[in-house]
Design a protein around this ligand. Structure first.
Ligand code: HEM
Length: 429
């Protein structure tokens, strides 16, 4: 057969397959932009997807459909829709194929009972014990991993085909041949190997009556596991522990470091804010000792500045993709099981109807007229919300507070006069 006929036949079959797969037989999805074959609505996203998704809110409302390649998708906009949906367990699944680091087990890419068991244990243990193992900045292992991580996450190096492979089901099998994905796998394997070495050291000096840190408590849980705690039992705990450590490393390093960097850049360009922070620290803490977490209550301006940096930098503007675990009725629509759910955090944290002047960096928005901190704000969702809210939220907030206040106590940050004018350029995922 002539090659052009083959191409026509292939396009026809793909279009037919697309039409059949996109027929929404068991749901009444909300309206949304018109999808095209194969890509769905992916072609609309461009390089700042959160802006496109936020603009579509004006046309389609707080909850709209957005077809992601082979998958049905729903975008949640504004703090009310995001909060209402993410508190329901039907919205707490994860779209695993969108993961750059394919793997089994752990927390970030699991769902259901396995996810709940590992998440509950990790949260409780982090709260009671902290993390334990610390690395110094000159540790060669850290340099190696950060180097690999940087190569793996350089978004410029991700090709269009690689991006599409996360959402087009028939491209999934090709993922293993793609360069960035291979780099990410290499990074994951190296990190898991390092985690296994650390675990082995712990095993050699393990004492049941003297649990030293997160790893010891986890090993103890494996030791006492029964069928009642299946993700720790029968070899699964041994598999899950390095994966959980890997996830903490990935989810906890780049996020907190980037938030701190953004905060310092905001302060460099807003010297009045920096000056107010400095005065507050000087009055309350002085300059002879380091700020401590117990000073927090007395440093409302510093806290408000951190809130504002988290709001404005909006590190994960679309959060991580969720998935419905069952058919669910939401706002009058029937959203079928396995629909990808995108919480568009950007739409809440830059919502002009909530914040008035969302583009400005203005910590005062989190202070009362008396200068007290407004602790709660519905539309401040840097860590997302609900069942899958960031597991490291309080750790990240503590670290940001300690680092930022200690730095401002000791140093004054200014833009480099020899460089072009510093603007805070966000590098968003
Ligand atoms: C400023 C720093 C951070 C920001 C802005 C941030 C933000 C987020 C966001 C938006 C999510 C997605 C939640 C969702 O699925 O809706 C998330 C998930 C997660 N974060 Fe963070 N994060 C930060 C720091 C950390 C740290 C320090 C850790 C660990 C020690 C951590 C561990 C995790 C984990 C394990 C998840 C997955 C939770 C799950 O799937 O149940 N994060 N984070």
């Amino acid at each position: 057969m002539d090659l052009s006929w083959l191409v026509v036949a292939a396009v026809f079959l793909l279009t037919l397959a697309y039409c059949l797969s996109s027929r929404n037989s068991n749901g009444r999805l909300p309206p949304g932009p018109r999808p095209i074959p194969i890509l769905g609505n992916l072609h609309l996203l461009g390089d700042k997807p959160h802006l496109v998704l936020t603009a579509l809110r004006a046309k389609f409302g707080d909850v709209y459909s957005f077809k992601l390649g082979s998958y049905n998708g729903v975008v949640l906009n504004g703090h009310e829709a995001i909060r209402d949906a993410l508190t329901e367990s039907a919205f707490s699944g994860r779209h695993m194929e969108s993961a750059a680091f394919p793997r089994q087990g752990g927390i970030v890419l699991t769902e259901g009972k396995d996810w709940a068991e590992q998440r509950r244990f990790t949260l409780k243990t982090l709260r009671d014990f902290g993390f334990g193992e610390r690395f110094t900045h000159d540790d060669p292992r850290v340099h190696k991993l950060i180097g690999l991580l940087n190569i793996a996450i350089q978004s410029e190096s991700v090709t269009v085909l690689e991006k599409l492979s996360f959402f087009i089901a028939w491209l999934h099998p090709l993922k293993k041949y793609m360069k960035t994905i291979q780099q990410m796998n290499k990074f994951m394997e190296e990190t898991l190997k390092m985690m296994r070495d650390i675990i082995q050291n712990h095993k050699e000096s393990f004492q049941q009556d003297q649990l030293r840190d997160f790893i010891d408590v986890y090993l103890n849980e494996i030791e006492h596991a029964t069928e009642e705690t299946p993700t720790f039992y029968g070899g699964r705990g041994e598999h899950n522990l390095p994966v959980v450590l890997f996830e903490m490393f990935i989810a906890g390093t780049e996020t907190t470091a980037s938030s701190l960097t953004y905060a310092l850049q905001y302060l460099a360009v807003n010297d009045d804010v920096q000056e107010k922070m400095y005065r507050e620290i000087k009055n309350v803490v002085g300059s002879t000792r380091r700020p401590a977490l117990t000073d927090r209550e007395k440093l409302p301006y510093c806290e408000a500045t951190i809130y504002e940096a988290l709001r404005h930098s909006n590190l994960l503007p679309r959060s991580l993709p969720h998935k419905t675990t069952e058919d669910v009725i939401f706002r009058g629509y029937v959203i079928p099981k396995n629909t990808i759910v995108i919480p568009n955090l950007h739409s809440a944290m830059r919502d002009p109807t909530v914040w008035g002047d969302p583009e400005n960096f203005r910590p005062e928005r989190f202070l009362t007229v008396d200068g007290a901190l407004k602790k709660h704000h519905d539309a401040l969702l840097p860590f997302s919300f609900g069942k899958r809210i960031c597991l490291g939220e309080s750790l990240a907030r503590d670290q940001l507070f300690l680092f930022l206040t200690s730095l401002i106590q000791q140093f004054c940050f200014k833009p480099d006069p020899n460089s072009p004018k510093l603007t805070v350029e966000l590098r968003l995922m």
